[in-house]
Design a protein around this ligand. Structure first.
Ligand code: BLA
Length: 277
């Protein structure tokens, strides 16, 4: 389809407006320098970055890319303060004129009462097929992992899903009370750090980002904007968390996946029990 009328702007506007109904967002200072990033000369892509924080949100950030009629990207993430036992909210949408790739999820926790929401959208957005196996441990039973041929109708359905998932996340945020148990806080911090470490090293968006803005800015964006916290929330390295990627020379294997792709079908049942072995 013609991408000219297709935008993720209203997704971001919705999220910011509704977050502001419940909390006060202030600029996330460490990542403000990314507000005006430009694509490399000769590239028509427009990148829009914004980042905020609030008492319960360590980092809410969004990177949207619109490249003329070639593609639209949204990478929207909310990373809670470790003192609040909240899941990470993640929306990753990649659309070309022909194909859209979608991941919409909360990491792990709290999904039980959200299963009906997951069920509703599992029908509208069928499982996207085989996926990098390592990614699965970061997904919850209500993850929307799908691909479809890009269309206005599907884009609108996706907006509804985003709205429902985000509203449910805001409910969780409202209910969350500050954790006083130090081991629990440390656990939350490490879980978030592991997630950031995984994505900072292996995110499927990186090769494209590198093409658009060049290697040094792409690296800076990944470590200091998209997955900010990877260098401050913990001291474990990628190889500490994922030792199977260690090469003989001690470096990190550049392959995205050591196991390969798997999970042809949705590996959870209606109750959210993992059935993928
Ligand atoms: C593809 N993006 C994918 C795929 C997944 C994700 C699962 C399918 C390929 C695969 O199985 O790896 C997303 N993977 C995730 C997410 C997590 C994960 C969210 O492990 C979280 C733990 N995507 C972006 C951005 C761009 C982008 C910013 O978020 C581009 C700038 C592009 N994603 C993109 C492209 C593909 C893709 C081009 C298809 C190409 C490929 O598979 O390598």
């Amino acid at each position: 389809m013609d991408l000219s009328g297709l935008s993720f702007q209203k997704f971001v506007d919705f999220a910011l407006d509704h977050t502001r109904l419940r909390t006060t967002l202030t600029p996330h200072l460490p990542s403000q320098k990314f507000k005006s990033i430009k694509a490399k000369d000769g590239n028509k892509a427009v990148l829009t970055a914004l980042s905020f924080q609030s008492p319960k949100i360590r980092l809410l950030r969004s990177l949207a890319i619109a490249d003329d009629n070639a593609m639209r990207v949204l990478d929207f993430g909310v990373f809670p303060e470790p003192e609040y036992d909240l899941p990470i909210f993640c929306a990753n949408f990649f659309a070309t004129a022909s194909r859209s790739i979608v991941v919409l999820d909360y990491k792990e926790k709290y999904f039980k009462k959200l299963m009906p929401l997951g069920q509703k959208y599992a029908e509208l957005f069928p499982w996207g097929g085989k996926i990098t196996s390592e990614s699965m441990k970061f997904f919850s039973p209500i993850v929307i992992w799908t691909t479809f041929s890009t269309s206005r109708d599907k884009h609108d359905d996706l907006y509804s899903a985003f709205v429902d998932y985000y509203k449910a996340w805001l409910e969780l945020m409202d209910e969350a009370v500050e954790e006083k148990d130090v081991p629990q806080i440390l656990h939350n911090r490490e879980a978030q750090h592991k997630y950031l470490t995984w994505r900072a090293e292996k995110d499927p968006g990186y090769p494209l980002l590198k093409k658009l803005v060049g290697e040094s800015l792409a690296k800076d964006l990944v470590r200091n904007f998209l997955f900010e916290g990877v260098d401050t929330l913990g001291t474990n390295t990628f190889l500490d968390y994922f030792p199977e990627y260690r090469c003989e020379d001690g470096g990190v294997n550049q392959k995205r996946s050591m196991i390969g792709k798997s999970y042809e079908t949705r590996p959870w049942d209606a109750k959210g029990e993992f059935t993928g072995g």
